[in-house]
Write a new protein. Structure first.
Length: 78
């Protein structure tokens, strides 16, 4: 599923679930190294676990962040 982000540097997030767990996450744009790290860390987690860890994280003065946007993408999938 492709999720169009809002209020962050990345333009979109592609998320794949397999057997109820996160199989892959690919961010388009944004801070490449950090987003690769987040993608690797959430692989194998249930969407609910990732959401509980990432929801509400802010980036500087923004009301959201790329991790928060990933949580929102996962929420829209489940």
């Amino acid at each position: 599923m492709r999720y169009q982000t809002h209020g962050v540097c990345s333009a979109s997030i592609d998320v794949e679930l397999k057997d109820g767990v996160i199989d892959s996450v690919q961010f388009t744009g944004g801070c490449n190294g950090n987003l690769q790290g987040i993608s690797a860390l959430v692989k194998g987690m249930t969407p609910q676990e990732a959401i509980s860890r990432l929801r509400g994280i802010r980036c500087g003065f923004k009301s959201t962040s790329c991790p928060d946007q990933l949580a929102q993408a996962l929420e829209s999938m489940i």
